[in-house]
Design a protein around this ligand. Sequence first.
Ligand code: NAD
Ligand code: MG
Length: 391
Amino acid sequence: MIQTLTVLGSTGSIGVSTLDVVARHPDRYQVHALTANSQVDKLLQQCLEVKPRFAVMRDEDAASQLERRLRQQGSDTHVLAGESGLVEVSGAAEVDILMAAIVGAAGLEPTLAGVKAGKKVLLANKESLVMAGDLFMQAVADNGATLLPIDSEHNAIFQCMPSSYRGIEASGIRRILLTGSGGPFRQAALDSLDAVTPDQACAHPNWSMGRKISVDSATMMNKGLEYIEACWLFDARPEQIEVVVHPQSVIHSMVEYADGSVLAQMGNPDMRTPIAHALAWPERIESGVASLDFIATSRLDFEAPCEQRFPCLRLAREAIQGAGASPAVLNAANEVAVAAFLDEQIPFTAIPKVIEQVLENASAREPISLDVVKDADQEARDLARERLARF
Ligand code: NAD
Ligand code: MG
């Protein structure tokens, strides 16, 4: 039976990889909707190729432009605009699978709309789980949604866990080993980091990704967000997860069992593998990813993450240990600081400083509702913007 899919953030790195996998299986998948923030040219081209029923642009002006250009090309794809359009195509009755690949907090509500409609949700948008983990996982349980991780590490952990997973202890798991490459500055002189440029920070040694997550990988905030993401996804306590730096990005994460066995999921660093895995789960399909060449890889290295080089990792660990709304505050402050760095307003090394100051000054909140989470997010953004001026 053909399954129908909405791709949130189709013009991004994950969105493009998703459409690449989907195009290999026209007998299995058809696209209901594609969405983007404001990239008219790219969404237009995708609509002409994929012919979805709906296209959504977050930006209203961009939506009008897209509508006009689609009509000129004779396309009958309907255009919707704004967050309401994103929510509509995420929860629509005819949708089976939602790929949640918007970057940042903007992905929260559309992703939750898919969860609340009980869809099979493929989660790339880790920020939504970091912000509202408890509410998000409760919504998954309450609405019978199926949540499958796209983040390569969490997808790897999921693959290394028993299909009857019932929690860490009940499944005989000793610890989860979350691997990360250490990014482009793993070995750079510490006193050179003040002067690194956005392009240097975005030049990841192993993965090709959007700019926000690339900077997160350079600060290792990406691993910090993933640490929080793993706590929620696998119902794990922070001390049950260990971060291991593995520069080759061939092992995508590991699970260690009570008997000492360690299971690793390996493969080339190409997001089409976790995307294909989650799309077809529990079946397996072709992804277009080449076989891993063990001879060419030749060695696997591991090291402990350096706390001095990567303060963001400590900040994320403290945020999930302190919990309340701290993870939402951490995420929002990070989004503002990373955008300011990409805009060349602050140096790379100011990113953790801004976040730390925001965490120290944000009001304590219990994230009992989405409104509380949004308040925490907004306050943290305001505090972060005030701090930017000081760097
Ligand atoms: P990207 O910047 O390449 O693409 C982001 C997409 O989201 C684009 O389609 C953009 O139009 C859309 N978007 C941006 N802001 C929006 C807004 N305000 N409203 C609606 N849509 C908006 O990002 P990416 O690298 O594809 O990452 C997407 C998500 O997947 C992120 O949460 C990231 O952490 C996660 N992720 C990415 C990778 C990767 O390899 N790229 C790996 C693991 C997880
Ligand atoms: Mg990842």
